[in-house]
Design a protein around this ligand. Structure first.
Ligand code: GLA
Length: 384
């Protein structure tokens, strides 16, 4: 996506003046799904697709926002009662409110934005939008006094308080901290993180988008989180030190089996195993052992499909096709209920796999899946 494209729309839509242009990316996650809000590990990276926004303070107390992609214009004030109805505008409003709560004197501004991170594909288009504005408002109105972790939390709090999704920190963290060529392992309990240069020689990471939209999934997502909290509450009766499922083992979980529902037990089993898988993948990567990385990805898919139950028919099918084609690793990525699978594919297999998956998906579901090559890129930044 081009800066010039956003700029030309900004100029056309407003008074002919230019502003400052910011961008923030979507993300992939190699492994570690639904582990972030359980204090576990995640392993994301920012991608070369995201949101670009031009912004110019307008000396009023109103935000005048134009979504270029949706051709929709919204104006709103900056007080709590001024929340706009349009869902895309609520993200921007939420970020303004969360910045104000953190002491930034946000004033009115004109803005236009566009994006090329596919919506509802599990690549965190909403985190890209939040991070773009959190980063920009910090620079334009906050003298950069909010640190990067807090900027990520601004996006997360926006989801919690203005969009109804009790998400973890992974997406906003990845969008803000992303670094070209590197994945990041984040410990969501201590918030320590480490960059892992990711150049899997002989392999490619590719996303296959089922084009099943997951936007109605927020209540199911929140329900998964509740299950985890129920199990933590049961564990705490015996083990008061347990704050997250991260602090529990399978043996501890077995001890409370009778006290939790079967469903909650399955959810917790998945999470405890998934946290361990992230660590196993890191070890394997350090040894260049991509076979193990891939095997863990398949295990994650099984867990997300059968225990956490956040897959769907289309995603299970994509996973099966990958397996049949001999793809090294494949799994549903992100929150689930739709969106993409992430696939670790040997270079020599790449074109056969793409051809096969396109054809078989089309035959089975009568719709076209989309393919995105993953390029790991930088996080939130000013462009001009
Ligand atoms: C969504 C949430 C993240 C994370 C993933 C699942 O993307 O926003 O916080 O929980 O789902 O790993």
């Amino acid at each position: 996506m081009e800066i010039e494209y956003v700029r030309s729309r900004f100029i056309k839509h407003f008074d002919g003046l230019t502003g400052t242009v910011y961008t923030s990316p979507g993300r992939v996650n190699l492994i570690g799904e639904h582990t972030d809000y359980n204090g576990g590990f995640v392993f994301p990276g920012a991608v070369d697709k995201g949101i670009i926004a031009e912004i110019r303070p307008n000396d009023t107390d109103k935000v005048k926002a134009y979504s270029i992609d949706q051709k929709d214009y919204v104006e709103f004030g900056l007080n709590e009662e001024d929340a706009p109805r349009a869902s895309w505008a609520r993200y921007i409003f939420g970020v303004c409110r969360e910045m104000i709560k953190r002491g930034v004197e946000v004033k009115g501004f004109n803005t236009a934005f566009a994006g090329d991170v596919p919506l509802g594909a599990g690549m965190s288009s909403s985190a890209a939008l939040e991070s773009t504005y959190a980063y920009a408002l910090n620079e334009l109105f906050g003298e950069n006094k909010i640190d990067k972790f807090e900027l990520a939390k601004v996006g997360q709090a926006t989801e919690h308080n203005y969009c109804g999704v009790k998400c973890g920190i992974m997406d906003q963290f990845a969008s803000i901290f992303g670094k070209k060529g590197s994945l990041m392992r984040l410990d969501c309990r201590s918030m320590e993180y480490k960059y892992y240069p990711f150049e899997p020689t002989g392999y490619k990471l590719v996303l296959v988008d089922s084009v099943v939209k997951h936007e109605l999934a927020s209540s199911a997502y929140n329900k998964r989180r509740e299950s985890c909290e129920n199990v933590v509450a049961a564990l705490q009766k015996k083990y008061p030190e347990v704050q997250f499922l991260r602090d529990a083992t399978m043996d501890m979980l077995a001890e409370v089996k009778a006290e939790v529902s079967e469903e909650d037990y399955m959810r917790a089993e998945y999470v405890i195993e998934e946290i361990q898988r992230v660590l196993d993948v890191c070890d394997a990567l350090e040894k260049g052992d991509y076979e193990t990385v891939g095997q863990k990805m398949y295990e994650t898919h099984q867990g997300m499909s059968k225990l956490y139950e956040v897959s769907c028919e289309e995603l299970d099918f994509l996973n099966d096709v990958a397996f049949d084609c001999g793809v090294t690793g494949s799994r549903v990525m992100g929150g689930g209920f739709g969106g993409c699978t992430i696939n670790l594919v040997k270079e020599e297999l790449y074109s056969t796999f793409i051809k096969e998956v396109r054809q078989r998906y089309g035959e089975k579901f009568g719709k076209r899946c989309k393919i995105y090559d993953v390029v790991i890129d930088d996080g939130a930044r000013r462009l001009i």
